[in-house]
Design a protein around this ligand. Structure first.
Ligand SMILES: [Zn+2]
Length: 307
């Protein structure tokens, strides 16, 4: 079942070779792309909304993460030392086997598309189209214009404006919008979880948040604990900083902290955000984590006028 069913229908009606799915981080772009790939290859009885049956051989292969006709291409962190190591890029080596010097990609787009589909249609999902380097994009263009065996390209990006114009101009655009709170809540209940108003508020319509419930809940809990400790006293603030350091997950904690501060006055939020940016900068520069978290806790206490 897909939360973005209308997109599957729209993709079905589309007769071209490339779709550009845009929407905020964790809104569910990748899940939508998998749902489209599933529908394009489904051999069973598809739902009213065009959704894949979920039980045929193709659907089973997709669920097992071993579908022969679907290729996921993602950026890799470049290997240069220091801060540059965090720069993400999809190199030409992802497209052409002969150019993958670091052997970073197991399957390459060009070689992948030479082979006939095992089911119906080969689908290449490029998650992070904004990270396509010019060389890789150029190598893809010919394939996008005349895809072998009617292959379908799904480019996913947060912002269309950061994708190379050559890719944008050859793709039809589909927006992946945040969902209504009640839709997310039903999905949560259907998956066997209790309703959780705080989690739904944090998700703000982004279906992808539901994919890492444990990580999100832990981050929200830690953020609340830090917030409570700040007012108790200096020592308890430093202890909370130490606990935060031990469990810090760069994917969720910064967002959870900002969420916890959301009802504070704007000037306090701005100052706390500055402290959080400084913490993230220090961690990226490999400063001492323990010291950085202590400084962070002191700065946030200060930001909230608690020191
Ligand atoms: Zn199926």
């Amino acid at each position: 079942m897909t939360l973005h069913a209308p997109l599957v229908e729209q993709a079905d009606a589309f007769t071209g070779n490339a779709l550009l799915l845009t929407g905020p981080a964790r809104v569910g772009k990748r899940a939508a792309a998998w749902a489209i790939a599933a529908a394009q290859n489904c051999q069973g009885a598809r739902g009213m909304d065009g959704a894949a049956c979920g039980v045929c051989r193709s659907c089973a292969a997709l669920a097992a993460g071993a579908h022969p006709d679907v290729l996921l291409v993602e950026p890799r962190a470049t290997t240069a030392a220091g801060k540059a190591a965090r720069r993400k890029l999809i190199p030409i080596g992802a497209v052409l086997e002969g150019r993958d010097k670091g052997r970073e990609y197991e399957t390459h787009v060009y070689e992948f598309l030479e082979v006939r589909p095992s089911f119906q249609r080969r689908v290449v999902i490029v998650d992070g189209a904004e990270y396509l380097g010019p060389e890789a994009a150029n190598a893809l263009l010919k394939l996008v214009e005349e895809p072998p065996h009617r292959a379908l390209f799904l480019f996913l990006a947060e912002d269309r404006r950061s994708v190379l114009p050559t890719i944008v101009s050859r793709s039809a655009r589909l927006g992946v919008a945040p969902l209504a709170d009640h839709t997310l809540e039903s999905a949560l209940l259907r998956a066997g979880h209790p309703a959780d108003a705080e989690l739904i508020a944090f998700a703000a319509g982004r279906a992808g948040v539901l994919n890492d419930l444990d990580g999100v809940r832990a981050a929200l809990e830690d953020a609340r604990e830090l917030d409570n400790s700040l007012g108790v006293g200096l020592l308890s603030a430093l202890e909370a900083a130490e606990r935060l350091e031990k469990r810090f997950d760069p994917a969720w904690h910064p967002e959870a902290l900002r969420f916890t501060w959301r009802e504070r006055p704007a000037y306090q939020r701005a100052r706390a955000d500055t402290a959080l940016d400084a913490l993230q900068g220090a961690l990226e520069a490999y400063a001492s984590p323990s010291l950085s978290f202590q400084v962070f806790a002191l700065n946030v206490r200060d930001a909230f006028g608690l020191s």
